[in-house]
Design a protein around this ligand. Structure first.
Ligand code: SF4
Length: 457
């Protein structure tokens, strides 16, 4: 698609709206589509030429009003592309990561009028507006409990037994890089020591701990205990921690002995993730476990007093609406404290080819139907949404939503997502986020475990 600009160059914003209608469209080659965006003193105009037809839309602009130029231009482009394609997007022109925060800002400025503005000026569907309202309500309690001048510690163990085909993380497979695990854990323990001393020095006591990855339970019992012991010595004995989460994403990495260790060393939350309960889909996406393995691991985990989380993904390759429904129903029947619904997100790092991505996107409504089903069913089963985020390259421009039962929400997820709390990161790929008056300063560790070991040894 060719983009032309007159009196403005909001390339990124215009592209983000174009991608809603023409996913993965190249912007540099002639494709018979030409979009010209012009900005005048009182209006923005979008002119779209495609298939020998032209579509034009003008958006009046009053600089005294709340709208930024960016919003007005996006609105003009959205309307002209909607007219040309006959398509719509449930999130309208809201393309950012945290739509609920935008709604909150509108609400603090316009009160009850926020809903009308969200739906009429940002073109957000009533269902997604309801979702934002529910998320803001759902996270209220956790936000009110946030201690000022406190922090979280994020510990990264970016290893998994094998790579899922859709994986967009930098996780290394233990099949290929398992030999560096002992050195990695030694260096990670040293960094935990360093980061917790820093938190103490900066008078930012650590109150939540999150061990993610990867699949941290891929560690054998000896390495796992070494890591847990370090966390106990540096964090639990030094600070008053109220939430300690450990990801056990792959059920096939959990054993009775590992669960006993996690409980003994004070873990309070555990994530056991099937992603789907359909064995055929599990095989297609390269997870080397079955739904039965998940049920076995979950039943074992249930014998400990952890708050359990289970993740599922809408739009997985070869999944169908009926099978997704069975996954949602199967998980709610287990009644975990949290259910996190993701929509398939495809990044370059994912081992799914471009043709496959194109096919998935062209398939259309399946992911939307799945997400709709989950968003309707989970509240009916007693779960409320409490965090919400969106990513680029997500099927059908959909969202990820964390659901919890009353009092079982993960505070780390809320604080981290909305940059409400300082985060100290340890391990490959971890990010330390320092809150400053004007924003957040990010200190990023090297991404890959191999380089982490090489650089720190
Ligand atoms: S379990 Fe998660 S981090 Fe590991 S390979 Fe699969 S998607 Fe990637």
């Amino acid at each position: 698609m060719i983009l032309e600009f007159e009196n403005c160059d909001l390339r990124y914003d215009v592209q983000s709206v174009c991608l809603l209608f023409f996913p993965r469209e190249p912007f540099s080659e002639e494709q018979g589509k030409r979009l010209k965006v012009s900005l005048f003193s009182d209006c923005a105009e979008a002119l779209f030429l495609w298939n020998g037809r032209s579509f034009r839309e003008q958006e009046p602009f009053d600089p005294q009003e709340f709208d930024s130029v960016r919003t007005v231009v996006k609105r003009a482009v959205y309307q002209v592309l909607r007219q040309a394609t006959g398509k719509d997007s449930a999130w309208g022109i809201v393309t950012g990561i945290r739509p609920a925060n935008l709604y909150e800002k509108l609400f603090s400025r316009f009160g009850a009028d926020a809903r009308r503005i969200f739906e009429e000026r940002y073109f957000v569907s009533p269902e997604k507006t309801d979702l934002c309202v529910s998320v803001l309500q759902g996270r209220k309690k956790a936000v009110s409990l946030l201690e000022k001048e406190s922090s979280s510690l994020y510990i990264s163990v970016p290893f998994c037994p094998s790579r899922c085909r859709y994986c967009s993380f930098v996780s290394a497979s233990t099949e290929r890089e398992g030999n560096i695990l002992p050195a990695y854990i030694d260096l990670l323990c040293a960094e935990i020591e360093e980061k917790t001393r820093r938190a103490e020095r900066e008078m930012m006591p650590v109150v939540t701990v999150y061990v993610g990855g990867g699949t941290p339970t891929v560690l054998d019992e000896t390495l796992l205990e070494k890591l847990l012991r370090k966390i106990q010595a540096c964090v639990l004995r030094r600070f008053s921690v109220h939430e300690y989460t450990f990801e056990a994403g792959r059920p096939d990495t959990l054993t009775e002995a590992k669960l006993a260790l996690l409980a003994r060393y004070g873990v309070t939350r555990l994530s056991v993730n099937p992603q789907t309960l359909n064995n055929r889909v599990l095989e297609t996406i390269g997870r080397k476990h079955t739904a039965e393995d998940f049920f076995r691991a979950y039943t074992l985990a249930e014998t400990y007093p952890f708050v359990l989380n289970t993740d599922l993904i809408a739009g997985l390759q070869d999944d169908t609406f009926a099978s997704f429904q069975r996954t949602v129903d199967g998980l709610t029947a287990l009644s975990p404290g949290n259910i996190t619904m993701h929509t398939l997100y495809l990044k370059r790092a994912a081992d799914i080819g471009a043709a496959e991505i194109g096919r998935k996107i062209a398939e259309g409504t399946q992911a939307s139907r799945m997400v709709e089903y989950a968003e309707k069913t989970l509240p009916e089963k007693g779960y409320f949404p409490y965090y919400l985020y969106r990513q680029k390259n997500t099927l059908e421009n959909l969202e990820n939503v964390g659901y919890a039962r009353e009092g079982e929400e993960c505070r780390y997820n809320i604080y981290m997502m909305d940059d409400l709390q300082q985060v100290y990161g340890a391990g490959a790929g971890a990010v330390t986020k320092i809150l400053l008056p004007g924003g957040v300063r990010r200190e990023c560790n090297t991404k890959f475990a191999y380089n982490y070991v090489k650089d720190r040894s």
